[in-house]
Design a protein around this ligand. Sequence first.
Ligand SMILES: C[S@@+](CC[C@H](N)C(=O)[O-])C[C@H]1O[C@@H](n2cnc3c(N)ncnc32)[C@H](O)[C@@H]1O
Length: 243
Amino acid sequence: MQSARIHPNDDMFHGSAEHYASVGTQMADFVSHAAALANARSPNVLELPCGYGRVTRHLVSRFYPQQIHVADIMVPAVDFCVEEFSVNAYSIVDPVYEFKNVPDEFFDVAALGSLITHLSGHNARTVMKHFLQKLKPGGVAVVTTHGERSREILGTVDCYQVGDAARTHLLASYDAGQYGFVNYMPDHSLESKTVDYIGDSYGIALIPHQWVSDVCRENGVEILEYRRGGWDNHQDVFFISRE
Ligand SMILES: C[S@@+](CC[C@H](N)C(=O)[O-])C[C@H]1O[C@@H](n2cnc3c(N)ncnc32)[C@H](O)[C@@H]1O
C-alpha cells in the first residue's frame, strides 16, 4: 500500500516522497506503540484528522482496514481515503469541533496528528474534550502539538510563514506560558489549499506543555509519555490514556 497515490491537493506533500513517507511511517509507529500501551492486539483505530492519507497508507499495512476509522472536515480528502485504502470514514460536520458522528468510547487507539497545532486555544480545548471521549476506557491517544521543539525552531526562523508580528506574538505568548494562535500571512504557501477550504479558523498555534497537562486533568485522562519534537523532529508527541 505504500505505493498508493499521493493526491494532487495533499498539502502535507512538500515535494519529497521520502520525507512524506518518513513522517507517515513515524505516526503509524506511534499508533502501534499506543496499541501496545493499551494492550490491544487487534485495535479499533481512529485517525482524526486523516487529510489525504499521509498516515492512513501506513496504518493499513499494519492494522485491519475494517478496524481503521478516519475522519476529516475536507470531504474530498475523506472520499480519497475511502477509495484508496478501504477504511471506514466520517466527514466532520457542524459543530466541527465535536465530532458527533464518530462513535464515542469505541477506540483502543486514537491519533490526533496535527490538528490542534492549527486551532485557537478555545477550539483546541473543545477538540480535546470531544476527541478524548472517542477512546474506550483503557484506550490510548496520540496527540501532537507545536510545543517545545516548535518554539525552538520558530525562535530561529519564520517556519510557519506567519510574518514578523505574528511570530513575535506566538513566541511571547508561549514564553509567558500562554497558548498562542495566529493566522497565516495572506500570501502564504504552506497548507494554502486547507486554509482555502476551512477559512481563518485554521492558522498556527504554539502550545505550552502546561496547557496539555491542564486539559488532560480537566478531562480525567493521564499523560503516559511525552516526546519532545518526537514527530519529524518538530511536533511534540503525547501518549494519553483514558482510565
Ligand atoms: C496538518 S493536516 C494533518 C493531516 C494528517 N493528520 C496528516 O498528518 O497527514 C490537518 C488536517 O486537519 C483537518 N481539519 C481541520 N479542521 C478539522 C475539523 N474541525 N475536523 C476534522 N478535521 C479537520 C484539515 O482538513 C487537514 O486535513
